[in-house]
Design a protein around this ligand. Structure first.
Ligand code: APR
Length: 247
């Protein structure tokens, strides 16, 4: 771990007027949630077709069986790790304004972050494909698939963004607004490939933000927009950042 760079990053955050975090699956790996890509990435083991919106509409039962296995059977007990907790403490101590996340695991909110923009939605909510009613997932008995709406009996869908579905307009709009206001953006655990999410740190950079990137390996952001690259696990790096900020 490069302590000189860690100190530089902590100094940037301390002096920041409007710091924003941008997170991907890598921040949740140390909570036991595999990333989507890379060595033990989810997409190496599972065909992403079950998360494609037309497939879901045609074969909701097959899609739900996979979704339940991959997300609902495991995410429920997953706990935020130190990286999520430090971001929440940074918000509490006004070192951080908001978190823009691509993750659907709800761990930022579980850790105590209040200003979280979920670009790819959340697994926590189920939405009716007929009447658009929304229910917390705890109301559904996922032993009976596909779950149906308590009002109109329509099929319920996780409120996650499926492939070929649009990004939630409010989250997208607010995320770009945050990026334009940021004078520091802390990018944690994303491979920077999926659009439009990957445009957000670029917009922050274009509007003058200093970019701190935390990842176990370099990404195309690293050479293109990153000012301080902190190579390592998000939980280890963020623990150190927390110590340097006396959180
Ligand atoms: N600490 C920090 N970074 C890590 C760690 C870790 N412990 N483990 C993995 N990483 C990094 C990887 O090097 C990679 O750059 O996290 C990134 C994970 O990349 P992806 O799995 O592609 O996750 P993400 O960038 O969030 O994917 C974006 O793609 O499939 C869609 O909707 C899905 O939201 C997801 C989107």
């Amino acid at each position: 771990m490069d302590f000189e760079k860690l100190n530089q990053a902590a100094k940037l955050i301390r002096k920041a007027k409007y710091a924003v975090a941008f997170t991907g699956a890598g921040i949740s790996v140390d909570s036991g949630i595999p990333p989507f890509r890379g060595e033990n990435g989810l997409w190496n083991k599972v065909d992403p077709i079950f998360l494609e919106i037309e497939y879901f509409r045609k074969k909701p039962l097959q899609s739900w069986k996979k979704i339940k296995e991959i997300f609902y059977d495991s995410l429920g007990d997953t706990q935020p790790n130190i990286a999520h907790k430090i971001l929440a403490r940074m918000e509490e101590r006004s070192f951080l304004e908001s978190v823009i996340t691509q993750n659907i695991d709800h761990l930022h909110q579980k850790a105590g972050s209040h200003y979280v923009y979920e670009l790819h939605g959340t697994y926590k909510i189920l939405v009716c494909t007929e009447c658009s009613s929304e229910f917390d997932m705890s109301f559904a008995d996922l032993n009976y698939l596909p779950p149906t709406c308590f009002i109109c009996k329509g099929i319920l869908k996780p409120d996650m963004v499926f492939f070929n579905e649009p990004i939630p307009p409010f989250a997208l709009k607010r995320s770009f607004e945050e990026a334009k206001k940021a004078d520091v953006m802390i990018i944690i655990g994303t491979n920077a490939e999926v659009l439009p999410a990957a445009e957000i740190p670029v917009v922050a950079k274009e509007h003058g933000a200093k970019i701190i990137e935390i990842n176990i390996e370099r990404t195309h952001f690293t050479n293109e927009i990153t000012d301080i690259f902190l190579q390592g696990k998000a939980s280890e790096i963020m623990k150190k950042i927390g110590e340097l900020l006396y959180l």
